[in-house]
Design a protein around this ligand. Structure first.
Ligand code: F3S
Length: 696
């Protein structure tokens, strides 16, 4: 509640001056101090002065000696002169200068024969005093009806007013008077202090929920203030003391205004404002207390409530629940996580959900459990995963008979060995402490039985990936794959959820007996699609690269006429095979070795010998190259001088084939092959029959 106190509230200049005068006299003189009537209209102030020795009388005639103080309202001229002329007593004039000024004015106008009209309360001492200075001949009007009753007169009129009437009254009645009299002088004698006080009071009253006007019931200006404030604030109360404060519901009051009449001392205003502030404070405290009481959480065992972590030690975690005492979670009740570390996992200030185990034991503590809430949440999570068939992340905590156990903070899920992977797992221990994605395939909350499967997840992932592969596959497209298995006829490669086959012939440009000569299981390989059939689920893959083909670019390297170097790798009766670069063998027919006739190639050549030869023929389709040594540097046999022995009769070896060398050296590859076939037909089992392997 806001309390607004009018700055002009309390003693006016005139009252203040009079009270100070009396107090001074009471302090400084032993004489009896009198006032004729109360010096101001305030019983509390007068009472205090009386307690100090002030004597209040109704008439000066009863005063025989002492010191008389004329009060602020002033007295009639006759009374004033009686006091002044009484030699038996002293006097001090505390008449307010504003009032004194009116006395002089009406006395002067009265002497001039003017009719004085006083607007004010005829019973008020000030008005009576003013009238006395007009020889008690003034007309006193206080209401409209009073003016109406006046008889019209040609006599000049002088209009003054009581210092404390409202401006409104002055305006209204002076207007009526002006209509009634032709020769009128108006003197607005409303005191400035009164004007200011009334204006301020009306401003405050129009902006507050309740208005207090402090002052005596006999105080005219206080009553005027009350009238003014009541116009602007329906809840306006006139009080004399703090004991008169109205009994209202102060909670409904946001603003209260306080003003006071000119006779109201500051200490009385302070008493009232202090009381209001005290009531306001009490009300706030009541509000705070009520708010506090309302804020106190009602806790019951079994509830799940939110709390804020405010601290922890080695054994317990402390939680603010908004309850009169904090909650306690023992470390065992905090988490099911086997890797739980209080130093890193407990965050001061973090809001958590807790289960109330017990409320208010004899020591007034509240014991909580966080892990119960976690378990409940995780059961719900698992239940939702089961119903929605969505995968969940779990950590393998234990290898048990027939499978493994996964745990999600308090919830145990059994995964059979056959469901740990989509392939056979030899050692389940390799999955210990690993986090994997599973689907719940069996859920029984009553028996608390949960069965999970990673295999289902993997198969679904594979199916999804396979569909993506089938949707985008095309001949020539390359994939990074993983070798999943090897057989005699090729290697199976996973290219992303679907397997393709690299036929053994597509593994290498050279002849291999088994795919394991090129690849191992789990090798990562780059393959390209040679062909595919989605309906049959078959994909043929190529692995060997065109640029690795030894015959790649052979038409340039082994163009007819080119001179090439090579090494003798095999000797056969009809010629010799010379290995050129890149694992290609060329054939030098026996007739193309020497310029002279030789019986067999081994007469002039041996395996491993390096030779130079000219390309005489190139057949890319059959992948055959014909060479001629003699066109580059013919190799002739060395003839040794022998002693003159009788010549041996020529004898044909039984096992040696006889090859008729053609005198025409321009043999074709076809001729050579014929020779080769002749040789093979006679000697199929010789080791040197590997010509086909090399050539084809
Ligand atoms: Fe004088 Fe005005 Fe006060 S007339 S006594 S100053 S209210």
């Amino acid at each position: 509640m806001e309390i607004i106190i009018a700055q002009s509230a309390g003693f006016c200049f005139g009252v203040n001056k009079a009270i100070n005068l009396v107090n001074q006299l009471l302090d400084e003189t032993d004489e009896k101090i009198y006032t004729i009537g109360p010096i101001i209209h305030n019983e509390q102030v007068v009472g205090k002065l009386k307690s100090r020795g002030l004597c209040v009388v109704n008439d000066s005639s009863c005063i025989k000696s002492g010191h008389v103080v004329i009060r602020t309202h002033g007295v009639a001229k006759r009374q004033y002169e009686d006091i002044k002329n009484n030699k038996e007593m002293k006097f001090s004039d505390a008449t307010c200068p504003y009032v004194k000024k009116i006395h002089k004015l009406v006395a002067q106008k009265n002497r001039l024969g003017k009719q004085v009209i006083i607007i004010g309360d005829r019973n008020h001492p000030e008005v009576q005093g003013v009238n006395g200075w007009a020889d008690d001949d003034a007309i006193i009007v206080n209401e409209k009806v009073d003016v109406d009753r006046l008889n019209k007169s040609e006599k000049p009129v002088c209009v003054v007013c009581q210092t404390t009437i409202t401006r409104e009254k002055w305006d209204t009645l002076s207007k009526l008077i002006s209509e009634k009299f032709t020769d009128v002088e108006f003197f607005n004698t409303i005191c400035n202090a009164t004007d200011t006080r009334q204006n301020e009071a009306s401003n405050i009253a129009s902006n507050v929920d309740m208005m207090l006007v402090i002052g005596s019931s006999k105080s005219s200006n206080t009553h005027k203030l009350y009238e003014i404030c009541s116009k602007y604030c329906p809840s306006t109360y006139k009080i004399e003391t703090v004991g008169d404060l109205p009994s209202v519901d102060i909670k409904k009051i946001k603003k209260i205004g306080i003003t006071a009449g000119a006779s109201t001392p500051d200490w009385l205003i302070k008493e009232v404002t202090d009381k209001m502030e005290e009531l306001n404070k009490q009300e706030n405290e009541m509000d705070i207390k009520e708010a506090f009481e309302n804020s106190i959480v009602s806790l019951q065992s079994g509830q799940i409530v939110k709390g804020k972590i405010i601290g922890f030690n080695n054994a317990e975690v402390f939680v603010d629940l908004g309850y009169k005492s904090d909650g306690i979670i023992s470390m065992e009740q905090y988490s099911d996580d086997p890797n739980f570390d209080p130093q890193t996992d407990i965050k001061i200030g973090e809001e958590i959900d807790v289960y109330i185990n017990r409320v208010d034991d004899k020591e007034g503590n509240v014991y909580l459990s966080k892990r119960k809430v976690d378990r409940s949440k995780n059961w719900k999570k698992v239940e939702e995963a089961f119903e929605n068939k969505t995968p969940i992340e779990v950590k393998i905590a234990e290898v048990v008979k027939g499978g493994v156990l996964a745990k999600i903070q308090g919830v145990r899920i059994f995964i059979p060995a056959s469901h740990v992977s989509d392939t056979f797992v030899k050692d389940l221990n390799e999955y210990l402490n690993k986090t994997i994605s599973i689907k719940i395939i069996e859920y029984n909350k009553r028996k608390k039985r949960l069965v999970g499967s990673r295999k289902v997840v993997l198969e679904e992932e594979k199916e999804k990936m396979a569909n993506e592969v089938w949707d985008s596959i095309e001949v020539g497209k390359e994939y990074d794959g993983t070798v999943k298995g090897l057989t005699d006829f090729g290697a199976f490669v996973d290219i992303g959820g679907v397997d393709g086959l690299i036929h053994v012939s597509e593994l290498s440009w050279s002849r291999i007996k088994h795919p394991s000569e090129v690849l191992n299981v789990n090798d990562t390989v780059k393959v390209r699609v040679l062909d595919f059939d989605r309906e049959k689920g078959r994909i043929s893959l190529g692995y060997r690269k065109t640029e690795d083909d030894p015959w790649f670019n052979a038409e340039e390297k082994y163009k007819v006429g080119n001179i090439v170097k090579g090494k003798v790798v095999r000797l056969v009766p009809f010629g010799t095979f010379v290995n050129l670069d890149d694992n290609i063998d060329g054939l030098v027919h026996i007739s193309q070795i020497s310029n002279v006739r030789i019986a067999k190639p081994s007469d002039v050549l041996k395996v491993g010998q390096e030779v130079e030869a000219k390309v005489t023929e190139l057949d890319l389709e059959k992948k055959k190259i014909g060479l001629s040594i003699k066109e580059v540097s013919p190799i002739d046999p060395i003839v040794e001088e022998l002693p003159n022995l009788p010549p041996k009769p020529e004898r044909k070896k039984k096992d040696e084939p006889v090859v008729e060398h053609k005198e025409d050296f321009n043999l074709t590859i076809g001729d050579m092959i014929n020779d080769l076939n002749n040789l093979d037909s006679e000697d199929d089992n010789t080791e040197e029959s590997g010509l086909d392997e090399k050539q084809e």
